[in-house]
Ligand binder design. Sequence first.
Ligand SMILES: O=C(O)[C@H](O)[C@H](O)COP(=O)(O)O
Ligand SMILES: [Mg+2]
Length: 332
Amino acid sequence: MMVLHIHRRGPRTTASFSIMAPPVLSTPEQYQELLDSVDTFLLDCDGVLYHGSNVVPGIKQVLPMLRRAGKKIIFVTNNASKSRRMYVDTFRKLGLEAQAEEIFGSGYASAVYLSKVLNFPKDKRVYVIGEVGLEEELDSVGIGHSGGTDPEDRVFMEKDGFGDIKPDPSIGAVLCGFDIHINYKKYAKAFSYMRDNKDCHFLLTNQDPTYPTSFATGDPDQPIRHTIFPGSGSISYPLVYASKRTPTVIGKPNTTMMDAILAEHQFDPKRALMVGDNLATDIEFGINSGVRTLLVMGGVTKREAIFGDEPSKTVPDFVMESFGDLAVLDKQ
Ligand SMILES: O=C(O)[C@H](O)[C@H](O)COP(=O)(O)O
Ligand SMILES: [Mg+2]
């Protein structure tokens, strides 16, 4: 929230703006007041529910508690490496419950966008930079694809390999998401399809510069390290830079994700809350979608982005240390 300051010095009047810091919720009373004002929780995943395979403390109690209270839960993740089906399995392995219909990943939203918005031709295919989850979502809407997990593309290219990159008129779109097996050959193939066909669509599942995760360190003093690594946005950037094309970005903060959600779920935006760890994706997504926002710490956005000397102009409605802290309300 911006605050206007009027300064009168003699005949001169000047104005300045300051950014009002959002309330930090930290007591059970504040948590309960928030809970009573929300019917639908839009929950980001990486950095809110878990870091890699480490579930955030308290989350295993909070999700069932919200369901028992009759709250609607919708998971909204920019992570395109898993399909909805795979996320249900991942959640189960992490001890979290979720139905496929509750999960909206940028991979699913990209498949819906290609199918329903672009009416992608059935005789065309998508060249994928991404993992099996993204391919599975394209399969679910009947869209053919190449690249992705194809072993032929998961190789290091040699200097004399350029001749192997053949034109492919069946490619009608390049779709780039998180791809831990990225390599020059994939970049070269994706680039060539856009170079040779100006009508080839260029889509990004999301543009997150970084990916919040955690891993065991083997160090007894710090057994688990939470940190960030290059994300989808950084993986796609070489293609954006080389092609000079402006891609269509599907994931948060773009409301394309909300379009996919509203096609399957109805809820009152005034009683909905977007919970995220990233100001630039989750909180902006909530603002763009007309729902209130809660930023949690411990993921991508650090405290100084909100309370530092030069706070971001993107201001959440509320801040909490962790969404798992709501577990203090659990009466079970
Ligand atoms: O690099 C990425 O794709 C993103 O950092 C990551 O997947 C974000 O996932 P989210 O926090 O939206 O669940
Ligand atoms: Mg996140």
